[in-house]
Ligand binder design. Structure first.
Ligand SMILES: C[S@@+](CC[C@H](N)C(=O)[O-])C[C@H]1O[C@@H](n2cnc3c(N)ncnc32)[C@H](O)[C@@H]1O
Length: 479
């Protein structure tokens, strides 16, 4: 039977925090030995039209992927894209989670993004049994949900929109009325209070992500936020443990006043779940993306910097100035974070930066220096500050310097259709017309010489495409 997701298409795009590489890097940091993401089996629950799972499959030929969704139109679009990319390591099926066949076996990474808060109660209940049946013994699950207390504010506009659209039965009309109400709330007041800020942020999100997004996420039939402790308790009752947040940055108390931070640490010593719940109260957190593992997994907290030795690191952070106390102002374009760092940290960043868009194993960061503990501690702090990325696998990229640069096949297809292009780093960007035409041409048969004269600023453009993760590595780097 067609669902609301068949009637109004949901925009499907990559979510880097759900990538097995990122999930595995966090599991390693917390002392686990997760399945190797390069050869894993990954499952995307409610994958929509595959915007998240297809780029991963295209970039990780040694891993296998399964995406399913109740909406047949979304799966048909995903399947069409799969075929156009010629991918054989991914399967896409129209399926209800309630009927997920047991014989499909176990998966190493199960991702349910935008699912738990947006399905009816019986599906949520079944989700936990499904997870127990289908997560491999040392597998990791990613679950996102709308969180209280912050989500209470979303309830306010959801209720206002429901009232404003009362009596409309047609879905498109209901969406139009709901958006009308949201915009009315945004333009109704000239004050600059907390509520006005929240509504304006929401309108900005609608304008950038599209109206269909808010139609489902906020005005759809199911909208069930939870307190963190409620989900953690339900997970525990079903045999799972909270491992950590899907973003290492979000685990750090950046926004918490220094004199309150020791209180959070004391709570963490009692129970990490307690610490996380208080954090949500203090931050008015509205959305959660958590990682779960099975209860018998031996999690090591706090993170031991020595675990950095098992990871790789990458960064595109640049120095953007000097600060008054001798520190350096650096900015990471990937995360948007800008921070002041002391000289030894900048030195680490510069070395990792030199490998961009590729990553360096920890052992290759100043390999001749014996103070590995100090280097590991700096790397861990930079990761927590979102100035550096951690990886559990190598995702090689081209830097645009070779004679016959090869554009990444997925991005070349998207460029040909004038769509935003997906990078090998699991981000999206909109190309200008000239770069889009250049990327389209890079099929490995044309040399720089052939391209000279056809494209202005060729070297700069190729270097830029490389720095965005839009080029394949030269053949020798494939491993
Ligand atoms: C909010 S959307 C999120 C889509 C995608 N994961 C994302 O984040 O872009 C929720 C998705 O779950 C799917 N869904 C809802 N109930 C389902 C069920 N019982 N079984 C499988 N998919 C379901 C919907 O069709 C929809 O595509």
């Amino acid at each position: 039977m067609p669902t609301e997701y068949d009637e109004i298409q949901y925009v499907s795009r990559p979510f880097r925090q759900t990538h097995p590489d990122r999930i595995a890097s966090l599991a390693v940091a917390y002392g686990l030995t997760p399945p190797d993401p390069a050869t894993c089996r990954m499952l995307d629950v409610g994958c929509g039209s595959g915007g998240n799972i297809l780029p991963m499959a295209a970039c990780m030929p040694g891993a296998s992927f399964f995406g399913f969704d109740l909406a047949a139109t979304a799966i048909a679009a995903a399947e069409q894209r799969r075929q156009s990319l010629g991918l054989t390591n991914i399967r896409l099926e129209t399926l209800d989670l309630m009927d997920f066949p047991e014989e499909l076996g176990q998966f190493d990474y199960i991702v349910a993004h935008g699912f738990y808060s947006w399905v009816p109660e019986p599906v949520r209940e079944r989700f936990w049994k499904f997870l127990d049946r289908h997560l491999s013994p040392n597998g990791i699950a990613y679950v996102s949900f709308n969180a209280y207390p912050g989500a209470m504010l979303r309830h306010a506009w959801r209720d206002a929109a429901a009232f404003h659209s009362r009596g409309t039965t047609n879905l498109q009309d209901r969406l139009a009325k709901s958006i009308e109400m949201l915009r009315l709330m945004g333009s109704a007041t000239t004050r600059n209070g907390a509520w006005e800020g929240v509504v304006r942020e929401m309108i900005k999100a609608v304008d950038t992500k599209g109206e269909s997004w808010v139609s489902h996420d906020d005005f759809g039939p199911y909208f069930q936020p939870y307190y963190f402790h409620q989900v953690a308790d339900t997970a525990a009752a079903n045999g799972f443990r909270y491992l950590c947040d899907a973003s290492y940055y979000d685990m750090q108390p950046h926004e918490i006043a220094p004199d309150v931070q020791p209180m959070l640490e004391q709570l963490a010593a009692q129970s990490i779940e307690l610490r996380e719940q208080y954090y949500d109260f203090l931050e008015l957190r509205a959305f959660r993306q958590i990682l779960l593992c099975r209860q018998d997994q031996a999690i090591a907290r706090p993170v031991d910097p020595a675990t950095m030795g098992r990871l790789r690191f990458s960064t595109s952070a640049n120095t953007v100035g000097a600060s008054t106390n001798g520190d350096f102002a650096v900015q990471n374009p990937l995360t948007g974070i800008r921070a002041d760092v002391p000289a030894p940290y900048k030195r680490v960043l510069d070395q990792v930066r030199a490998a961009w868009p590729n990553s360096l194993p920890f052992s290759e960061i100043f390999p001749a220096e014996t103070n590995r503990g100090a280097i590991a501690a700096m790397v861990e702090k930079l990761w927590g500050g979102a100035l550096i990325e951690a990886h559990a696998m190598n995702i090689p990229c081209g830097d645009g310097k070779d004679d016959r640069p090869v554009g990444w096949s997925l991005a070349r297809k998207e460029a040909a259709l004038n769509l935003p292009v997906t990078t090998r780093l699991d981000t999206q960007t909109q190309l200008d017309e000239t770069s889009a035409r250049l990327l389209e041409k890079l099929d490995g048969t044309v040399s720089r010489n052939d391209l000279q004269g056809q494209f202005d600023e060729l070297d700069e453009r190729l270097a830029w495409l490389g720095s965005m993760g839009l080029l394949n590595p030269p053949p020798a780097a494939h491993s």
